[in-house]
Design a binder for this molecule. Structure first.
Ligand SMILES: C[S@@+](CC[C@H](N)C(=O)[O-])C[C@H]1O[C@@H](n2cnc3c(N)ncnc32)[C@H](O)[C@@H]1O
Length: 223
């Protein structure tokens, strides 16, 4: 079953790049690179300063990779994901974090926090739903609170930014899943009213093929 799914969803266009990678870097090295994704580590001092003693809210936590990094830094975490299978894996990884199986489009299970983290989980929604989620993130953050997020880049051609059915501008149906892709101007548009502390477009190597993402740190502007 897993093999059938892999064959169905594999981006065959990238086979030549993959083959070049296999020959150039060696298969073992490529496999190891899948595990390197410690993007949060450099932000831990900032997260610690802004958490204000409250639990960090992580949205779309997946299998708890980032949850574990936050927890190891001595911070409390409350994490949400729609997939009960993912939450099960995350709670095995970080038993003392608090997990919620829920849709991000439903109200968040906390009143206030100083830090929200969203790694590759804000791109599944229509424009209005995306704006509403961002509005609710803003509502739970204290003044001076921050959102750390990673977003699909419009250059992320290995993971759907090209060659898929268009739903709307930079919004495609990628193997049955709707996915938004962002350029710099769209990020400033979607986060209008926020203070951008950091914005960087980069490649990650958590998967075998490089993935192009934006890493963005935003602060709730105090009026
Ligand atoms: C690409 S994964 C990222 C996981 C994790 N943040 C990481 O970087 O390893 C996206 C996650 O968002 C979750 N997700 C997708 N749609 C969601 C929704 N409507 N509500 C909550 N979580 C959702 C998926 O289950 C998945 O675990």
């Amino acid at each position: 079953m897993k093999i059938m799914r892999l064959l169905r969803t594999f981006e065959w266009r990238v086979l030549p790049i993959l083959a070049k990678g296999l020959i150039g870097s060696g298969f073992l090295a490529l496999l190891c690179r899948q595990r390197e994704d410690r993007w949060l580590e450099r932000w831990l001092p900032l997260i610690q300063a802004r958490a204000m003693g409250l639990a960090v809210l992580e949205i779309g936590c997946g299998d708890g990779r980032d949850t574990a990094i936050i927890h190891r830094a001595g911070l409390k975490v409350k994490a949400i994901d729609i997939s009960s299978a993912m939450v099960k894996r995350a709670s095995v990884r970080v038993p003392s974090a608090v997990f919620f199986v829920q849709d991000l489009r439903a109200p968040f299970p906390i009143d206030r926090t100083g830090v929200v983290i969203s790694s590759l989980s804000l791109h599944y929604f229509s424009w209005d739903e995306t704006l509403d989620i961002i509005r609710r993130i803003r509502a739970v953050l204290w003044p001076g609170g921050i959102l750390l997020c990673r977003l699909n880049s419009t250059k992320d051609v290995n993971f759907g930014a090209k060659g898929h059915a268009k739903i709307d501008n930079d919004f495609y149906l990628v193997h049955g899943t709707p996915k938004h892709f962002f350029d710099r101007s769209l990020i400033f548009k979607v986060f209008s009213g926020w203070k951008v502390l950091h914005i960087e477009e980069k490649e990650t190597h958590r998967f075998i093929l490089p993935k192009t993402i934006w890493e963005v740190i935003l602060e709730v502007e105090t009026k």
